[in-house]
Design a protein around this ligand. Structure first.
Ligand code: ADP
Ligand code: MG
Length: 316
C-alpha cells in the first residue's frame, strides 16, 4: 500500500461533513465558524516506546489518542467539533491502521468529532492528533482563573491508572481499563460552563497539574488527603494510605478534571455534574498563600511527594 492507499483507507471511514464544509481530500479542510464562539485548539502526540508500546492493541492506541485530546477540550469547556491526524508509520500495515481507526473513530463519533484531515508519513510509530472545539466567548475554563476562597474539586476517582501501571497485567481489569481506555470528561466540562472558575485535565498527576493552575492564577491551595476520591478497586489493590496518596497525587493518566468554584456554587456544581452522571469531590480550598499544602487525616502536614511526570526531567 502507498501513502495514498492509506489515506484513501482513512477517508473511506471518515466521510466529509455536509457542504459547505469539507473534510479529507483537498489541500485543507473547510469548517464553518460558529458565531459568538471561540475556537479551542489543542494537540497531543503519542509515541511508541514513550506513551505506548508498539505491540499494544492498536484500538487502545487509537482510543487513547482521541481520549487525551478530547480531555484537553473538556478542560476548556469546549464542545468537540473536528480533528486532524498526523500519522508516522514504520510500514503500510493495514491491520494496525484499521484497529487504530476503530478505537479512534468510536470515541470520536461518540463525542461528535469529525476527522477532517491530517498527514501520513513513514517513520517511527507515532500519532499526533489536533482537536478543534467551540466554546462560547467568555465561557472557556482557563488555568489562570482560580481565586482565593474557591473550593478545589475533582471529577471521578484518582490514582487508578497509576496503580494499573504499577501492578501491570496482574491489576484488576477495571483498573487496567482506566489506564488503557480513559473516558474524557467532555460532558462534565460543558456542564461546568458558568459555574467553575479554573479547570485543568489531570494527565500528569494532580500535584503537577493543579500546580499549573496555582502558578497561572497566582495563588496556593490547601488539600485534604482524606478527601482524595479513591475507587473501591484502588483501595483493594493498594491498602496502604500513603502509597495510595502517592498514586493519586503523582500518577499520570487519570484524565479527570480538577477545577475550582466559589463555595456558594457548591450545590449547583454538584447538581450539574450529577445530571451528567459524573461524581465530583471537594478536596480543598484555594488560598492567597502560594504553594500546595497537603493535610493528613490527623491534621499534620504531609510533605509533597516527588513531582508529577515530566518529559526532559533531570534523572533522579
Ligand atoms: P498535501 O500534499 O496537500 O499535504 P496530503 O497528500 O498529505 O496532501 O493529504 C491529502 C489529503 O488527505 C489531505 O486532505 C489531508 O488532510 C488528508 N490526510 C492525509 N493524511 C491523513 C491522515 N493520517 N488522517 C486524515 N487525513 C489525512
Ligand atoms: Mg500532507
Amino acid at each position: 500500500m502507498s501513502e495514498f492507499d492509506l489515506i484513501a483507507r482513512i477517508r473511506a471511514r471518515f466521510p466529509s461533513p455536509p457542504a459547505p464544509e469539507l473534510g479529507i481530500g483537498d489541500d485543507g479542510a473547510l469548517l464553518v465558524p460558529r458565531p459568538g464562539h471561540l475556537l479551542a485548539v489543542s494537540t497531543d502526540s503519542l509515541l511508541a516506546g514513550v506513551h505506548f508500546r508498539a505491540e499494544d492493541p492498536p484500538a487502545d492506541v487509537g482510543h487513547k489518542a482521541a481520549a487525551v485530546n478530547l480531555s484537553d477540550l473538556a478542560a476548556m469547556a469546549a464542545e468537540p467539533a473536528a480533528c486532524l491526524l498526523a500519522l508516522s508509520l514504520p510500514g503500510a500495515d493495514a491491520g494496525w491502521l484499521d484497529g487504530f481507526l476503530d478505537g479512534l473513530g468510536a470515541l470520536a463519533r461518540r463525542h461528535g468529532m469529525a476527522l477532517v484531515g491530517g498527514d501520513t508519513t513513514r517513520g517511527p510509530l507515532a500519532v499526533t492528533l489536533t482537536v478543534l472545539g467551540w466554546v462560547p466567548s467568555g465561557q472557556a475554563l482557563r488555568r489562570d482563573a482560580a481565586r482565593p476562597g474557591d473550593e478545589v474539586w475533582v471529577t471521578g476517582t484518582l490514582g487508578d491508572a497509576a496503580a494499573a501501571l504499577a501492578l501491570g497485567e496482574a491489576a484488576d481489569p477495571w483498573l487496567l481499563a482506566r489506564l488503557r481506555r480513559p473516558e474524557p470528561r467532555c460532558a462534565a466540562g460543558l456542564a461546568l460552563r458558568g459555574l467553575a472558575h479554573a479547570a485543568i485535565d489531570l494527565s500528569d498527576g494532580l500535584l503537577g497539574d493543579l500546580g499549573h493552575v496555582l502558578a497561572a492564577s497566582g495563588c496556593g491551595a490547601d488539600l485534604e488527603l482524606a478527601a482524595l476520591p479513591a475507587s473501591p478497586a484502588l483501595c483493594a489493590a493498594v491498602p496502604e494510605a500513603e502509597t495510595r496518596w502517592r498514586y493519586q497525587l503523582c500518577g499520570g493518566d487519570d484524565y479527570e478534571l480538577a477545577f475550582t468554584a466559589p463555595p456558594e456554587r457548591r450545590e449547583a456544581v454538584r447538581a450539574a455534574l450529577a445530571a451528567q452522571g459524573v461524581a465530583a469531590t471537594r478536596i480543598g480550598r484555594i488560598d492567597q498563600r502560594p504553594g500546595l499544602r497537603l493535610q493528613r487525616p490527623d491534621g499534620r502536614l504531609w510533605p509533597p511527594p516527588a513531582r508529577a511526570w515530566q518529559h526532559f526531567a533531570d534523572p533522579p
